[in-house]
Design a protein around this ligand. Structure first.
Ligand SMILES: O=C(O)CCC(=O)C(=O)O
Length: 341
């Protein structure tokens, strides 16, 4: 797991210091070019730039060239959006054995040529999404769970309550939260999982949900660790491999909540041209098969994209505050099996 987070101020949450877009030692690559190009786009371009919708025949070549050279800059229309017909995606049926509750709303898409990659579109209801975010903010990030804040502030209890009460003396500590690790703890400096055991901090309900979501892609996973990533509207995550887990056969299950994002999926080396995929709140990526070992990253969170369904689903004052927070944030729950079964 070599996650690399870049804030607007250039600080990385991870301490490996090799953010793809910030490391002068890293050669220019297709992945890097693609991130830069997408970063330059303004959200308003999504609706403004519609002159050259990609056709089935030339979409891939156009996308590659645009992302690699940045000339002409691509519009968001070239990002693969499973809600619009696209030659590179295909809807596939839910496999037998998928739990019943997933059948009503989930659509499963594969990305042609990316072995084992699946996008589950809207498997999670708005109510489920709010419950997950509320649980993360009010329960999952509580000590003994380790977050990026531990290094400078020690264990930080009641971050969400203090944010709601506005009781942090030097502004909201929550605003500085960028990751929390659940279950087996990943040491960012050593880029390895820690060997000694800690209290088990992996929420059982999340483990069950993850396994059920994976089954909708025909995959099996025994969840043992998760990184919960917290993004502001200007946060990005550089291209990286999740290669610290001794188990590289079980898929990564990655839940998107809150603001939309552009997700890049490349290949086993940085030279492979990545493809950009549009992610919405409630979408889930399953990175199984060969794609488990592929470069990926998040070059953009798209401001102003919180779905109205989330606003409408907020049933309690607490959930309305979650919605207010989500208007400016994206949360990703990135679940892995660390050890082979
Ligand atoms: O935020 C995302 O969608 C991806 C996160 C990720 O790649 C990671 O945590 O390794």
């Amino acid at each position: 797991m070599t996650s690399k987070r870049k804030r607007k101020n250039g600080q990385n949450a991870g301490s490996s210091g090799d953010n793809l877009s910030g490391d002068p030692g890293v050669e220019a690559t297709a992945f890097k070019s693609a991130e830069k190009v997408v970063e330059r786009l303004q959200p308003s371009q999504r609706t403004r730039q519609r002159p050259h919708p990609p056709t089935a025949a030339n979409a891939s070549a156009q996308l590659y060239k645009c992302y690699k050279d940045g000339r002409p800059p691509p519009s968001f229309d070239q990002v693969i959006d499973v809600d619009r017909e696209h030659s590179e995606v295909e809807e596939v049926p839910l496999p037998e054995g998928t739990p019943e509750w997933l059948h009503s709303s989930t659509r499963v898409y594969l990305l042609r040529g990316v072995d084992g990659f699946r996008l589950l579109r809207s498997p999670l209801s708005a109510a489920q999404q709010l419950q997950l975010v509320e649980a993360a903010l009010s329960e999952w990030i509580e000590p003994p769970v380790i977050t990026n804040l531990n290094l400078h502030h020690g264990p930080c209890a009641r971050l969400w309550s203090r944010h709601r009460e506005q009781s942090d003396p030097d502004g909201s500590l929550l605003a500085r939260l960028s990751w929390a690790t659940l279950g087996q703890h990943y040491r960012w400096t050593e880029r390895a999982y820690e060997a000694e055991s800690r209290p088990d901090t992996f929420p059982p309900a999340l483990a069950q949900l993850t396994a059920e979501l994976a089954s909708a892609a025909g995959e099996a996973v025994h969840p043992q660790a998760a990184i919960v990533n917290f993004y502001g509207a200007d946060s990005t995550m550089g291209g990286h491999l999740d290669d610290a887990e001794p188990c590289q056969t079980a898929p990564i299950v990655s839940l998107s909540l809150g603001l939309d994002a552009i997700y890049l999926i490349g290949g086993p080396t940085k030279a492979e041209p990545p493809r950009a995929v549009w992610l919405r709140s409630g979408d889930v990526i399953i990175q199984g098969g060969e794609s488990r070992g592929f470069y990926h990253g998040v070059p953009r969170v798209v401001a102003g994209t919180l779905p109205p369904a989330l606003e409408q689903a907020a049933a309690t004052p607490g959930q309305r505050e979650v919605v207010a927070w989500l208007r400016e944030h994206r949360m990703n729950v990135n679940v892995r099996q660390v050890y082979p079964s």
